[in-house]
Design a protein around this ligand. Structure first.
Ligand code: NAP
Length: 247
């Protein structure tokens, strides 16, 4: 028996990177996993296939988290096909790096819309399901950038800092429904978000990291799984997974 047998977990942006690793980790422990994605259907289907091979249920659902009507349809489908949600992982995120002097309104809004408004649309909708099921967990993907900042990332850093405020406020509001809300704040993790940076930028990030290596998506997933299986007295907290960076 897995610790999450029969529990429904919705992971946004689970077609690749950290979201994929979280979906697999929760599936490994018995959760019925919803693999949300925006456009990479093939990769999302592959994650579903991997989870099913481990003996757990999984479905892939396309929904853009910036579109409330798509979010509503997704959550409706989840409840109908799998039951009430027990774990929500707000993982979907994006970047549009540019110095403040050159950043366009579109680059600002794209990141705010996905990383912050999207979290609001998904969370406010899923809370009804968490409550109906008797409680559960919400995990946010914040970032070291939300805590210490980085040149060229005012849009991204603003959203990731905002998620810490979101986490702490929602935790206080939802505790009476037995819903625990926490955030993880990864450092630099080896995913498309980092792989696609120029070599010089990658080296700068490594130089900032005491452990002198990028983290693996699985190292973030382990913390998320711990919080949703063992974190019975933890809410409103932020957990750093960053190879030793110190703020
Ligand atoms: P990634 O490899 O770029 O993957 C992003 C995921 O989000 C994909 O599954 C993508 O779906 C999905 N997505 C993007 N926009 C979406 C939207 N509007 N609606 C639904 N899904 C959407 O990212 P990652 O590096 O794994 O990062 C995952 C999370 O961790 C993000 O919130 C990121 O900010 C945070 N984080 C990452 C790092 C890092 O170093 N990598 C560090 C700290 C925090 P498609 O594949 O279909 O496009």
């Amino acid at each position: 028996m897995g610790m999450l047998d029969g529990k429904v977990a919705l992971v946004t942006g689970a077609s690749r990177g950290i979201g994929r690793a979280i979906a697999l980790e929760l599936g490994k422990h018995g959760a019925s996993v919803v693999v949300n994605y925006r456009e990479r259907k093939e990769q999302a289907d592959e994650v579903v296939h991997e989870i099913k091979k481990m003996g757990s249920k999984a479905i892939a659902i396309q929904a853009d988290v910036t579109k409330p009507e798509q979010v509503d349809a997704m959550v409706g489908q989840v409840v109908k096909e799998l039951g009430q949600v027990y774990i929500l992982v707000n993982n979907a995120g994006t970047t549009a790096d540019r110095t403040l002097r050159r950043m366009s309104k579109e680059e600002w809004l794209k990141v705010i819309d996905t990383n912050l408004n999207g979290v609001f649309y998904v969370t406010s909708r899923v809370v009804q399901s968490l409550e109906a099921g008797g409680g559960g967990h919400i995990i946010m993907l914040s970032s070291i950038i939300g805590e210490m900042g980085n040149a060229g990332l005012v849009n991204y850093g603003s959203t990731k800092a905002a998620l810490i405020g979101f986490t702490k406020s929602a935790a206080q509001e939802l505790v009476r429904f037995n819903i625990l809300v926490n955030a993880v704040a990864p450092g630099f993790i080896e995913t498309d978000m980092i792989v696609n940076l120029p070599d010089e930028a990658r080296q700068t990030l490594l130089d900032k990291t005491p452990m002198r290596r990028f983290g693996r998506p699985e190292e973030v997933a382990t913390m998320v799984r711990y919080l949703v299986t063992e974190g019975t007295y933890i809410t409103g907290q932020v957990f750093n997974i960053n190879g030793g960076m110190y703020m």
